[in-house]
Design a protein around this ligand. Structure first.
Ligand code: M6R
Length: 622
């Protein structure tokens, strides 16, 4: 978690740093800080507890802090409470109070990641006379760089590589050395970091949206590498301090994609971007009505040989896996197991080397998913990643990558990335089914043709948003909401429930409808909202029975079903319809009203939709 930015060039750094941090606030937002150098003068550090706007106001949007080289940080607390003292940047030397103001330190830096052995480093440095001002792991690494820098009288690159050998954990670290004005040094291991190349100026950031406004030309720094940034130039070094080469990559996203574009919240903008995102993802592999996985790198021979599939992911991406399990098993008859990455990595799973592990991740940086990927690779099982962020760690380490084309997703609650992941899984299921001889040509073409109608059908669902807004307002004060469904409808319920709780803070649970009677039904009271999802015809009546059971115990019912099932109105108090589609693809439509429900309840409760409390978008720590 946490977002870091940096700039060196001829322009004023502070406004650029604050602007970059505003695009990274989704990564953490409990405190923020920047350090700026004006020529040879020492760095001036300013930090504030709370949202970035507090810091921006203190600095008159950056105008109050002159200088052309600097670093910035927005924090999601891991070690140490959210406070000004624990906010970054941290400094190597003595500072007053909580580390703000002009600092005579030799090293000033920001960090994203976790230093696992920070206690041991801290104790060592305390014995060597260093004073600590925060409870963070970061302060230890900054002071360790300073320690090696002085003890061995070496340059910044060597001080960093020595530090990298000594610390355990993950880091995207950016530091400025007092003796090297106009220069920024970065080091990376397992945490995201990109470097932007401009005309006479250089940027760094945890994620692309922070620098899109200034450049689309980026370098991806490798794991365990160091870089030296000067205005308009970047030099890379390996752990031995030897210089290495990297080429720039052009980013296709445009800067508009990272702005709200007239919507009140990123989440609503991203909900509305779903038809386009799904269409782009479809277009990336559907050629003349057929699926072509050449860009993913999967050959027909490899597809025929797959003995089993293990899908590994976290959060909403895991929910995509739950849906994909049903679709792949039915269309391609390959056994599929879905696992939470945080469980998989410690479970010593039984994996067949002829199997395929699919890792699903929007950010491509989720720590548990990345660790699961490494575990699978270590056991000799090929890994296919379904990823949104180009050049992310998961994309780089996987054997094959299916890129979803959702564009930058800024709201913490995922919507369009989830929808593109679903489509990617549907495409794989159809192609696997065809290649393995389970789908006749006619059925194969019909499924692809139907999948291509999904973007339009999502747009039709969005037209119903006022009704959902009205209904959500009625339940803005709900204590508990239950989502029930069977089969694929259970998979959708999981996602609907997560959307609800993460942004509206209303307790919600998703239950396989048939499971309610085994305990949970005792929670149903007069007026409890139960949302039944019924898009699968063969399970429709079963779920209706479960809805009737809770209704007779006082539940208030919302039914979510396809047009045509108008008898739902006899059972449910409120019904939302989605266009008819092939049942395998219904999750892509049914999820939309549930995203809107979560959104509108959050808005009605006056909450910060895009930045819900305690959360960060990229969970880059365990
Ligand atoms: O970047 P990833 O797709 O790997 O992230 C996985 C989860 O952290 C993510 O889906 C999370 O559950 C979202 N906040 C849900 O809206």
């Amino acid at each position: 978690m946490c977002g870091i930015v940096g700039f060196t060039g001829e322009k004023q750094a502070a406004p650029i740093l604050l602007d970059g941090l505003s695009k990274l606030e989704y990564r953490g937002y409990d405190s923020a800080g920047i350090a700026v150098r004006d020529g040879d003068a020492p760095a001036e550090v300013v930090k504030a507890k709370g949202r970035l706007k507090v810091l921006a106001e203190m600095l008159d949007d950056g105008k109050a802090l002159p200088g052309t080289c600097g670093l910035g940080h927005t924090r999601w607390a891991t070690h140490g409470e959210p406070s000004k003292a624990n906010a970054h940047p941290h400094v190597s030397g003595n500072c007053t109070g909580s580390g703000s103001g002009a600092v005579e330190s030799d090293v000033v830096g920001v960090h994203n990641g976790i230093i696992e052995n920070y206690q041991e480093i801290r104790e060592k440095l305390l014995r060597r006379g260093y004073t600590f001002y925060s409870d963070t792991d970061t302060e230890s690494i900054i002071k360790l760089v300073d320690y090696y820098y002085k003890k061995y009288g070496i340059g910044p690159v060597d001080a960093l590589t020595r530090t990298m050998v000594r610390v355990r954990g993950s880091y995207a670290l950016a530091v400025m050395f007092k003796d090297y004005p106009g220069e920024i040094y970065v080091a990376r291991k397992d945490s995201p970091l990109i470097i932007g190349a401009g005309e006479g100026e250089t940027f760094l950031a945890s994620d692309v949206p922070a620098i899109l406004k200034y450049t689309r030309s980026v370098y991806y720094i490798g794991n365990l590498e160091v870089a030296r940034l000067t205005p308009g130039e970047v030099h890379f070094f390996d752990l031995n301090g030897d210089e290495i080469q990297h080429d720039t990559v052009e980013i296709a996203w445009d800067s508009e994609a990272a702005e709200k574009g007239g919507f009140e919240h990123f989440m609503m903008k991203e909900i509305y971007e779903q038809p386009r995102a799904v269409q782009d993802t479809l277009n990336s592999v559907v050629k003349e009505g057929r699926i072509d996985l050449t860009s993913v790198g999967l050959t027909d021979e490899e597809i025929r040989d797959i003995s089993q599939i293990t899908i590994v992911a976290c959060g909403s991406a895991y929910h995509v896996g739950v849906a994909a399990q049903y679709v792949i098993e039915e269309l391609a008859r390959i056994p599929v197991r879905v696992e939470l990455a945080s469980e998989f990595r410690y479970r010593k799973p039984l994996l067949d080397p002829k199997g395929l592990v699919i890792v699903i991740s929007q950010s491509g940086e989720t720590a548990d998913s990345l660790a699961a990927l490494r575990e699978a690779k270590q056991r000799g099982v090929p890994v296919l990643a379904i990823v949104n962020v180009v050049g992310s760690s998961i994309a780089r380490e996987a054997d094959k990558v299916f890129y979803t084309l959702a564009g930058p997703e800024i709201a913490v609650a995922t919507t369009k990335a989830y929808s593109t992941q679903l489509i990617a899984c549907d495409l794989l299921a159809i192609q696997f089914g065809r290649v393995r001889g389970l789908l006749e040509e006619e059925r194969y073409l019909a499924l692809i043709a139907e999948l291509q109608t999904i973007p339009n059908k999502i747009s039709r669902v969005l037209k119903d948003k006022e009704r959902i807004q009205w209904f959500a307002a009625k339940f803005a004060n709900a204590q508990d909401i239950f989502f029930i469904g069977r089969g694929l409808d259970y998979a959708i319920s999981l996602e609907g429930s997560l959307k609800m709780k993460e942004i509206s803070y209303v307790h919600s649970e998703a239950y396989a409808a048939g499971e309610l009677k085994h305990g949970t039904i005792s929670l149903i009271e007069d007026g409890t909202l139960v949302i039944g999802v019924l898009t699968q015809d063969h399970l429709y009546e079963k779920t209706v029975s479960n809805m009737v059971e809770v209704k007779s115990r006082g539940a208030y019912l919302m039914g979510l079903t396809s047009y045509g099932h108008y008898e739902m109105e006899d059972t449910a108090n409120f019904t939302v319809y989605i266009p008819k589609t092939e049942e395998y693809f219904a999750p892509s439509l049914a999820v939309v009203p549930l995203q809107l429900m979560g959104y509108y309840i959050s808005v009605a409760r006056g909450l910060d939709v895009d930045k819900p409390r305690n959360l960060a978008k990229s969970v880059t720590v365990e």
